[in-house]
Design a protein around this ligand. Structure first.
Ligand SMILES: [Zn+2]
Length: 256
């Protein structure tokens, strides 16, 4: 960080810091933050302040976005970048929030050239260099109680980390001490194992949505890493190890 960036960052933190009482009132209701050490909570507050300052929050369908809502989203998104830094969320600005699940209509072409209309009800979505879109109803549901293996904020912002490498393929830019080959091998094998189990109608420990493609597999594994780390480590220790090295944190320690 150069001198000017450091100066501007300090200014933002000084002028716009999230008031402590407001921060405590909101985050005391969010288990993912409550698990954190005091030092990490303080760092999360700083990162969330910068996050809210740098990103724009827009309400869809007349939804008014309050500071409390912005903090709820920021503090959980920033858990992912606690040790990566805010630059890992570069390349996009906007977060659009719908009051509830939103309907998306898309046209897809199959291998015979026939166009199919798809209508999906979504609770969240991340666009390449575009916005993160979230349903507030789902944000609330996932924020104020812990759902093992499910958190829409962790999921959508994990896609943003992935997209930083140029495309969503389940391989975010890795630090120099990590091997791309190992990441691909470990996550790839776990993904194939999941697909095979589903094809054989066997029980899977992980949400079947992860079998959609490698980008969704990575995003769902991130949800487990932060909300059900024991389960991920038990069933896919290699994947847990890669995420632990990438995020530079070991959530299991917080649970024990
Ligand atoms: Zn996804």
């Amino acid at each position: 960080m150069n001198f000017l960036t450091r100066y501007l960052t300090r200014r933002i933190l000084k002028k716009n810091a999230i008031p402590f009482k407001q921060w405590r009132d909101i985050t005391s209701r969010i288990p993912l933050v409550q698990f954190r050490t005091n030092k990490e909570k303080a760092r999360l507050r700083l990162l969330s302040t910068l996050f809210i300052h740098k990103k724009s929050f827009t309400g869809a369908h007349d939804l008014t976005i309050t500071m409390d809502m912005a903090i709820t989203i920021a503090c959980q998104a920033c858990i992912e970048i606690l040790y990566l830094g805010l630059n890992a969320f570069n390349g996009w600005i906007e977060i659009i929030i719908y009051p509830a699940a939103f309907v998306v209509q898309r046209e897809t072409m199959d291998e015979n050239g026939i166009v199919h209309k798809q209508v999906n009800n979504l609770s969240g979505e991340s666009w390449g260099k575009g916005p993160v879109i979230l349903s507030w109803e789902d944000v609330e549901k996932d924020s104020y109680s812990l759902h093992s293996g499910h958190n829409i904020i962790i999921h959508e912002f994990a896609h943003k980390l992935d997209i930083l490498s140029g495309r969503a393929n389940g391989q975010p830019p890795l630090p120099p001490n990590m091997s791309k080959e190992k990441w691909s091998e470990y996550l790839g094998k776990a993904y194939e194992r999941l697909v095979s189990k589903i094809n054989h109608h066997e029980h899977t420990y992980i949400n079947n949505y992860a079998a959609t493609n490698s980008a969704e597999f990575y995003a769902v594994c991130c949800e487990y890493f932060f909300t059900a780390p024991h389960s991920l480590k038990q069933h896919s220790p290699d994947v847990y190890g890669q995420l632990q090295a990438y995020f530079r944190q070991n959530p299991i320690e917080l649970w024990d």
